[in-house]
Design a protein around this ligand. Structure first.
Ligand code: NAD
Length: 495
C-alpha cells in the first residue's frame, strides 16, 4: 500500500511513496480521494497520490501534539535532536541518487543539477540546523541586583504547518523542516500538489534516522483544501509558507480569522540587476544567464529585469543572446541538459501569454519567445530576451516565473536605482560594478532582502533569506531562520 514503482528513462525503476505520512505510518486518505502528478516532459500522468482530507489534518495535529509533549518538544534533549538530524542528513547523502532521480522526474530539472545542487544543498541545510539545535538559548538580565532574577527562555512553537512550492521541492523542504526540527517543533509538511515525491521519500528516511512518530508528518494535497485546512486549524501554532504573493495573502487571512497563528511568508519577486559599464561584461553575462535561466526561470529570485548602462547596451544584448544559444535544452535524464521544461502545461501557457502580451504592448522579443522545440508534448518555453520595455508593461511589473529576461538601458546611477526600486516586491537585487563605493551605496539603497554584488543567486545557509515589501515577512536560513520557530518568554523570579 502507498507505494508504486516508476520506470526511470535511463533504465530500472524507483519505488515511490504515494500515501499520507502520519505518526510514522503510511495510510490512504480518509476521504478515499487522490490526485495525479504529471511528467513535465510529456504531460502524461506519473503517479496517483493520496489527498489528505480535513480529517487527516485533524488526526495529524493530535498526533503531533502528543509527540511534542511526550518526545520531541519537551522530553528529548536538544543534543539528541541534533544527533537524529545529523543521521537523517547522512541517510539523505547515502540515497542521493534516488532522491535526485525523483526530483528530476517530478520537476523536469536536469538530473545532473538535482544530484549536484538541489540534494546536496538540502543536506547541507539540514546539517547546518542540526548544529544549531543545542545552541539557541535565552538570556539572563543580571543588572537587577541580588534579590531579582529575570531571564528569558526560547521555546518552540509546538505545531507548525510548512507549506512548500514546486520549484525547488527538496531544498524548500530542507529550508522549512530543518530549523523547525532543530527548534523542537513538530511539523505538518504540505508539499506542492505538483511535486510531492521527494518530501514523501524523506519520510522513510526519517523513520530510519530514529525520528519519533508524530514529529515529521507529510500531507500531500491541494492548496485550496489540505493547505487551507492546515492554515485554518486551531491547533496549529505557526505557519511557514513559501509560494506566491496571492496565496500568502490568503494564509494571513486564514490566520486572522482563526487563532492568529504566527505566520512567516517567503513570497515572489521581480528582481532587478543593475550593470555599470566599468565591469567585465562577459563575466556579468554569465551571472545574469544563471540568474534568469537557471531552473528554467522558475526561481523566486530570478533576475528578470536587467538595467544596463546605455553605453554598453548593444554589446551586452549580443552577449546575452550568445548565452541563451549556449543553453542545452533537453530531457532531464540527459546528463548534459541544463535547460529543462517548465513544471506544467498551465505554467507554460502562463509564460507564453506574458510573452505575447509584451509583443502586443510594443516590446521587442529579440530571442526565443516560443515553445517550439524538439519536445512538443513537453512544457518547455525557450530562453527568451525582451527589449523596448517600458515601466508600465506587465512583463516588467509582474512575476512571470519563467525564462523571460527583460533588458532596459539607464543613463545614471540615480535612474538605475529608481527603476530597480519601482516594484511592489523586494526579494533580491544584483549590482555589477568595479567601484566598491558605488556598490556599497547601491546595496544600502536597494529595497530588497538580499543584494548580490558582482555575482548572482548564491545562497548560504548562514545568511538570512527573505523578502522586503510584498515579498514577505520573516526569514529562512541563518540564525534568523531558527528564531522564526522560537517564542520568547520572560521570567521574573522572586526569591
Ligand atoms: P503557490 O502559492 O501557488 O503554492 C505554494 C504552496 O501553497 C503549494 O503547496 C500550494 O498547494 C499551497 N497553497 C495554495 N493555496 C493555498 C491556500 N489557500 N492555503 C494554503 N496553502 C495553499 O506557489 P507555487 O506556484 O507553488 O510557487 C511559485 C511561487 O513561489 C512564486 O511566486 C515564487 O516566487 C514563490 N517562491 C518564493 C520563494 C522564496 O523563498 N521567497 C522560493 C520559491 C518560490
Amino acid at each position: 500500500m502507498s507505494t508504486t514503482n516508476l520506470s526511470l528513462p535511463t533504465g530500472g525503476s524507483v519505488a515511490v511513496r504515494t500515501g499520507i505520512f502520519i505518526n510514522n505510518e503510511w495510510r490512504s486518505s480518509s476521504s478515499g480521494e487522490s490526485f495525479n502528478i504529471y511528467d513535465p516532459t510529456n504531460n502524461q500522468p506519473l503517479a496517483s497520490i493520496s489527498h489528505a482530507s480535513l480529517q487527516d489534518v485533524d488526526d495529524t495535529v493530535h498526533s503531533a501534539k502528543r509527540a511534542f509533549q511526550t518526545t520531541w518538544g519537551t522530553q528529548i534533549p536538544s543534543s539528541e535532536r541534533a544527533r537524529i538530524m545529523f543521521k537523517l542528513a547522512d541517510l539523505m547523502e547515502r540515497d542521493t541518487e534516488k532522491l535526485a532521480a525523483l526530483e528530476s522526474l517530478n520537476t523536469g530539472k536536469g538530473i545532473r543539477i538535482a544530484r549536484g545542487y538541489d540534494v546536496p544543498e538540502a543536506i547541507a541545510c539540514l546539517r547546518y540546523y542540526a548544529g544549531l539545535a543545542d545552541k539557541t538559548h535565552g538570556q539572563v538580565m543580571d543588572h537587577l541586583g541580588p534579590q531579582a532574577l529575570v531571564y528569558t527562555m526560547k521555546q518552540p512553537y509546538p505545531i507548525c504547518g510548512q507549506i512548500i512550492p514546486w520549484n525547488y521541492p527538496i531544498m524548500m523542504w530542507a529550508w522549512k523542516v530543518s530549523p523547525a526540527l532543530a527548534a523542537g517543533c513538530c511539523v505538518l509538511v504540505k508539499p506542492s500538489e505538483l511535486t510531492p515525491l521527494t518530501a514523501l521519500a524523506l519520510c522513510d528516511l526519517a523513520i530510519e534516522a530514529g525520528l519519533p512518530g508524530g514529529v515529521l508528518n507529510t500531507l500531500p494535497g491541494l492548496g485550496s483544501s489540505t493547505g487551507e485546512a492546515i492554515t485554518r486549524h486551531m491547533g496549529v501554532d505557526k505557519i511557514s509558507f513559501t509560494g506566491s504573493v496571492s496565496t500568502g495573502r490568503r494564509i494571513l487571512v486564514a490566520s486572522a480569522e482563526t487563532n492568529l497563528k504566527s505566520v512567516s511568508l517567503e513570497l515572489g519577486g521581480k528582481s532587478p540587476i543593475i550593470i555599470f559599464p566599468n565591469v567585465d561584461l562577459e563575466e556579468a553575462s554569465k551571472w545574469v544567464a544563471m540568474g534568469i535561466w537557471g531552473n528554467s526561470g522558475q526561481d523566486c529570485t530570478a533576475g528578470s529585469r536587467v538595467y544596463i548602462h546605455e553605453s554598453v547596451f548593444d554589446i551586452f544584448l549580443e552577449k546575452m543572446c550568445a548565452r541563451a544559444k549556449e543553453l542545452i535544452v533537453g530531457m532531464p535524464y540527459d546528463e548534459k541538459t541544463n535547460f529543462g521544461p517548465l513544471i506544467s502545461k498551465a505554467q507554460q501557457t502562463k509564460v507564453l501569454d506574458y510573452i505575447s502580451g509584451a509583443r502586443e504592448e510594443g516590446a521587442r522579443v529579440v530571442y526565443g519567445g516560443t515553445d517550439r522545440c524538439e519536445y512538443p508534448e513537453g512544457c518547455w518555453v525557450l530562453p527568451t530576451i525582451i527589449t523596448d520595455v517600458t515601466t508600465d508593461m506587465r512583463v516588467i511589473k509582474e512575476e512571470i516565473f519563467g525564462p523571460v529576461l527583460c533588458i532596459a538601458p539607464f543613463s545614471s546611477e540615480k535612474q538605475a536605482l529608481t527603476l530597480a526600486n519601482d516594484s511592489s516586491v523586494g526579494l533580491a537585487a544584483g549590482i555589477f560594478t568595479s567601484d566598491h563605493s558605488q556598490a556599497m551605496r547601491m546595496s544600502a539603497n536597494l529595497e530588497a532582502g538580499t543584494v548580490w554584488v558582482n555575482q548572482y543567486a548564491l545562497t548560504s545557509n548562514g545568511a538570512p533569506f527573505g523578502g522586503w515589501k510584498s515579498s514577505g515577512w520573516g526569514k529562512d536560513l541563518g540564525m534568523e531562520g531558527i528564531e522564526e520557530y522560537l517564542r520568547v518568554k520572560a521570567v521574573h523570579h522572586n526569591f
